[in-house]
Design a binder for this molecule. Structure first.
Ligand code: AMP
Length: 126
């Protein structure tokens, strides 16, 4: 089944400038901004500017330019936040929730970058 994208989702509204955001970094194809309800001292959301619902949608259908830009932006933000474990930072976790089982609230692809404290084990029981 092909993905159908809802242009009224809140991140689409952020991309159109209809609601404000706390931008960390913006590139040609990608926007990164602070989560409105942070779960850790560092909590940044990274979204592609294109209309992709979730990670597999993007990974299978986005252009190489979009994928490179998105991936590099995630790396750049880890650097900006000083959380790279290979560079003396204390590390981080990337999360991308998808669909019902993933408990995705906003149907526009986003990767959460979380850091700034110990994050515990990977999964809690639902
Ligand atoms: P998910 O459950 O992975 O879909 O996560 C959606 C995330 O979007 C949550 O962590 C929310 O706190 C965050 N969020 C919702 N609305 C906004 C907003 N206007 N600005 C920034 N973050 C938001």
């Amino acid at each position: 089944m092909a993905y159908s994208y809802d242009p009224e989702n809140i991140f689409a509204k952020i991309l159109r400038g209809e609601i404000p955001n706390n931008t960390v970094l913006e590139t040609e194809h990608t926007l990164a901004f602070r989560d409105i309800a942070p779960q850790a001292p560092e909590h940044v959301l990274v979204i592609p500017k294109g209309a992709y619902v979730c990670y597999d949608h993007f990974a299978l259908e986005a252009s190489e330019a979009e994928i490179v830009d998105y991936t590099r932006t995630i790396g750049q933000i880890c650097k900006m936040l000083d959380i790279q474990p290979g560079e003396g930072g204390a590390g981080y976790r990337l999360i991308s929730n998808a669909g019902q089982d993933g408990v995705q609230e906003v149907p526009h692809l986003h990767v959460h970058i979380l850091g700034g404290r110990g994050l515990g084990r990977m999964l809690a029981r639902a």
